[in-house]
Design a protein around this ligand. Structure first.
Ligand SMILES: Nc1ncnc2c1ncn2[C@@H]1O[C@H](COP(=O)(O)OP(=O)(O)OP(=O)(O)O)[C@@H](O)[C@H]1O
Ligand SMILES: [Mg+2]
Length: 244
């Protein structure tokens, strides 16, 4: 039965390969557009820098170098997130204890949270049934949601991560809740679009949720979001239980 499940999982993955290619095409088209903006900005400022230097204006060149650095950083980030997406670990699926995975992922974000003055409350179900999946990929999903929650949290905020079983649906859920500003209704539909980000350049590439949603879909699960503007956001990963 386990081998059958693994085969099914692999078949499902190869089916979604076509979808992934379609997504890659769509992303590439947007990359051309997105990367073009900072590159044009850089080219413009290099040109102005040349003129500033000719006229030896004192503060101009430094300001332009700052803009150039920021824009270059943005290009570097976009490219590196895309490489992550392309290079995604294709390791064999295995039984994953999602509660333990959440604990391990929390370790990774601990320093960032402390630095931001935030605290993390984990309520993991110790009896959670396993899911069949690629642990590193699922960890990437939890990490992306936690990163967003950290970015959204006000100082002193609490982020809650809960794992639970939905026995009737044969599903497990991972819920990441923050007490941030929530998602504006006009943004709600766009947050899963590649490169949609409300964060300042250098802070967000707008690829985190695209990657998360794709991975969850590869695992035959779904990624739900509930948000009340002013009252925080809740992202929920829903994954099928592995019955092996
Ligand atoms: N927990 C949250 N609270 C409020 N807004 C959120 C939250 N999570 C996501 N968003 C909104 O969705 C947008 C897209 O999120 P996503 O993770 O895809 O990109 P990003 O965080 O901006 O950049 P990246 O993840 O690539 O570094 C964010 O810019 C933000 O506007
Ligand atoms: Mg993000």
């Amino acid at each position: 039965v386990q081998r059958l499940n693994e085969t099914l999982f692999r078949m499902q993955r190869s089916l979604s390969h076509a979808e992934r290619l379609a997504l890659a095409g769509r992303i590439m088209a947007e990359v051309a557009h997105e990367v073009g903006t900072p590159l044009h900005s850089i080219a413009g400022h290099v040109e102005l820098l040349r003129r500033d230097l000719a006229a030896t204006g004192p503060s101009g060149p430094e300001r332009r170098l700052t803009v150039i650095e920021t824009q270059l950083q943005r290009v570097i980030e976009i490219i590196s997130r895309l490489l992550d997406l392309a290079r995604r670990d294709q390791g064999p699926p295995a039984l994953v204890n999602v509660s333990r995975l959440v604990e391990e992922t929390a370790e990774l974000v601990h320093p960032a949270m402390t630095e931001a003055g935030l605290s993390l409350k984990i309520a993991g179900d110790p009896m959670l049934p396993p899911v069949l999946g690629v642990a590193t990929q699922l960890q990437q999903v939890v990490l992306n949601l936690l990163t967003n929650a950290i970015d959204a949290s006000p100082p002193g905020g609490v982020i809650e991560v809960t794992t639970a079983e939905r026995a009737e649906q044969d599903e497990v859920t991972v819920t990441v809740r923050d007490a941030g500003p929530g998602i504006a209704p006009e943004h709600a539909r766009r947050i899963f679009e590649p490169f949609f980000s409300t964060k300042p350049p250098g802070k967000g590439t707008g690829l985190g949720l695209v990657i998360a949603a794709q991975i969850v879909k590869d695992h035959r699960g779904r990624l739900d979001v509930e948000s009340t503007p002013g009252a925080g956001s809740t992202f929920r990963i829903v994954l099928p239980v592995s019955r092996t």
